[in-house]
Design a protein around this ligand. Structure first.
Ligand code: TXA
Ligand code: MG
Length: 341
């Protein structure tokens, strides 16, 4: 499969072209406030199935459907539960995906056999303009090859998707840098499936109740465990290097790296630490600043690949608040190798 892939600015003409392609059942890569996505008309099963081919994505991993607002939900969900209304009022448009009961018009290909659908209302002006110009709710996963770090700029999308789809709209760097928070309001208790910019604490405040945290977010599940959100079971965000997270202070980290000099390691560290480590380093944001780390983590993981690093030791972020999202991505990039120092 090789398609001629055009990269063009997300200006009026670019947006009109994207809308035309979507209506024709083709794929378009475009920016959102979280990461770049690969969009296809969510009501067109044939179009949606092209996403799985372009990404090399397992068929059993469902897609999120993007709309501009609640007025577009008719036919896409069978019901808007009260908790969903509270969450939409508090956070939408924004980096939140709400799992709701699926409606009859969503292509079966989006939902991987589930009777639910993830709904997201992006705030990014380009994503919104494409929905408005096409009239299409679009299904969109992140625009990386399956298993690779999500792309946060058009160049990284091109690296993965050249020859696999006809158009990449370049809207610059994404604001947030990690994918949306995924929360389910189907079932007895609201459940966090994927942490993101909207934190567990934010969700609990808006809902006025406790939100369960899916176990798969912070630890490796045993073989064969049932996962309610299929994306959580795949190895993910992984650079080619063997990454190990070292959980401890900077001094402990440096001592560990020095003791393993024979492995010729590189480091994924916090801003300002590279010069103190004396080995090749990629910095991924300020220590203790989850927003800064989130914005840079995926680009930094890709930079490790570009440097051709083989053994990487990574500084461990905190596990709460916004850093939970960063920790969740990093333990997957590290295939769950975490050493407590
Ligand atoms: O920020 C984002 O959410 C980006 C941008 C492009 O919007 N999209 C994105 O999509 O990250 P994707 O496909 O890479 O991740 C979607 C996650 C997967 O882990 C998937 O398993 C889960 O959401 N998911 C989607 N629909 C679901 C459903 N009905 N039930 C449970 N989990 C679902
Ligand atoms: Mg993804």
């Amino acid at each position: 499969m090789s398609i001629n892939t055009e990269v063009r600015p997300a200006d009026t003409a670019g947006i009109a072209r994207a809308a035309e392609l979507l209506r024709q059942g083709e794929l378009v890569a475009l920016p959102t406030e979280t990461v770049y996505g690969i969009a296809a008309d969510a009501r067109n099963g044939e179009a949606v199935s092209k996403i799985f081919v372009a990404k090399g994505r397992p068929q059993d991993n469902p897609l999120i459907v993007h709309v501009t607002g609640p007025e577009m939900l008719h036919g896409l969900v069978s019901e808007v539960p009260e908790r969903a209304q509270l969450l939409m009022a508090a956070f939408c448009p924004g980096p939140l995906t709400i799992i709701m009961p699926r409606g009859p018009e969503v292509a079966a290909e989006c939902c991987a056999g589930l009777d639910t659908v993830g709904i997201r209302m992006p705030s990014h002006p380009v994503a919104r303009a494409v929905i408005e110009a096409s009239g299409c709710a679009f299904a969109a996963p992140s625009a990386n090859l399956s298993g690779k770090p999500s792309p946060t700029n058009a160049q990284d999308v091109f690296t993965d998707m050249d020859g696999r789809l006809p158009l990449i709209l370049d809207g610059g760097e994404c604001d947030w840098g990690v994918e949306s928070t995924v929360v389910s309001v189907v079932g007895e208790k609201p459940t966090l499936f994927r942490p993101g910019h909207i934190t567990l604490e934010d969700l609990e405040r808006a809902l006025g109740e406790e939100v369960e945290v899916s176990k798969a977010i912070l630890e490796k599940l045993p073989e064969g465990a049932v996962v309610r959100s299929p994306g959580m079971k795949y190895k993910h965000y992984a650079p080619k290097a063997d990454v190990t997270l070292l959980d401890g202070t900077f001094e402990q980290f440096k001592a560990y790296v020095d003791a393993h000099a024979a492995e010729d390691p590189s480091c994924l560290c916090f801003t300002g630490e590279a010069e103190k480590l004396g080995v090749p380093c990629v910095e991924y944001g300020r220590e203790g600043d989850g927003a800064d780390q989130a914005k840079h983590i995926f680009r930094s993981l890709r930079a490790l690949d570009e440097q051709g690093d083989a053994v990487v030791y990574a500084r461990c972020p905190q596990k709460d608040g916004l850093s939970m999202a960063v920790y969740n991505r990093l333990i997957r990039a590290a295939a769950f190798r975490v050493i407590k120092l």
